[in-house]
Design a protein around this ligand. Structure first.
Ligand SMILES: *Cc1c(COP(=O)(O)O)cnc(C)c1O
Length: 234
């Protein structure tokens, strides 16, 4: 990856998004590219912004502070696990929280966002693989979370997010992406609890094209844009 400029990698990723979107009967413009900048320094983020990136994803509240301050005009998504004791800081830094997976977190975000006079866009993280050590609500719990969220004023649940188990072959991830879309479709049906669920955040560097084919509206891409992370951190 070294020697290839950010602009070249971005052009390649955008091209692949465009083609995958066409295969699902959509335009590339309908898909939000979230540039995952975790572990990369502020200079790389400014370079990415210069190249046209407007939406960034960060995993850690602490790490994001300096970056958001350096680029407050961008849209910042929290894509890493959120501890309740960081909800206040997160509500001040991010406009999207992609990893809400409990009523407790939803309520904490709502309270802190309301205190700041902000509205937060939130995705419910769903644990599709049934991996007990992983974050995310089991699919069966999502209706109850939606009904709890419907009483909140500063939190808008806009869709679902998932991090499927990793596979070398992206085709092996396809059933998980399809399952998230089917869950969303069921919830968004006239009798479902989630009429406003328009977003599906799924797909990373290794599998974003398959995710788009299965209906992703947001892809979270790090390595394919920024190159490998130091220490191989996930
Ligand atoms: C790190 C991370 C990504 C980006 O992963 P790449 O494989 O580098 O594209 C996407 N989503 C989440 C939740 C992550 O933690």
């Amino acid at each position: 990856m070294t020697g290839v400029s950010f602009r070249e990698r971005l052009a390649d990723v955008r091209d692949r998004i465009e083609r995958a979107a066409a295969r699902s009967g959509r335009r590339g413009a309908a898909i939000t590219l979230v540039a995952v900048s975790k572990t990369h320094p502020v200079e790389r983020i400014l370079e990415a912004a210069e190249a046209g990136i407007a939406v960034f994803g960060e995993n850690y509240v602490q790490e994001a502070e300096e970056k958001v301050a350096a680029l407050p005009g961008a849209t910042w998504h929290l894509i890493g696990r959120l501890q309740a004791n960081k909800a206040g800081k997160a509500a001040g830094l991010f406009s999207w929280i992609q990893t809400a997976d409990s009523e407790r977190i939803l309520r904490a975000l709502d309270r802190h966002a309301a205190e700041r006079g902000r509205t937060l866009s939130v995705l419910l993280e769903v644990n599709l693989g049934g991996e007990s050590q992983k974050a995310g609500a089991p699919p069966a719990d999502v209706p109850a979370l939606l009904s709890a969220a419907s009483e909140l004023t500063a939190v808008r649940v806009r869709g679902l997010m998932a991090i499927p188990p990793p596979f070398e072959d992206p085709e092996k991830v396809r059933p998980y992406f399809a399952a998230l879309r089917e869950l969303r479709d069921r919830l968004a049906s006239p009798h479902g609890a989630g009429k406003g669920l328009t977003e599906l955040s799924m797909g990373m560097s290794g599998d974003f094209e398959v995710a788009i084919e299965e209906g992703a509206t947001m892809v979270r891409v790090g390595t394919a844009l920024f190159g490998p992370r130091e220490g191989g951190r996930r």
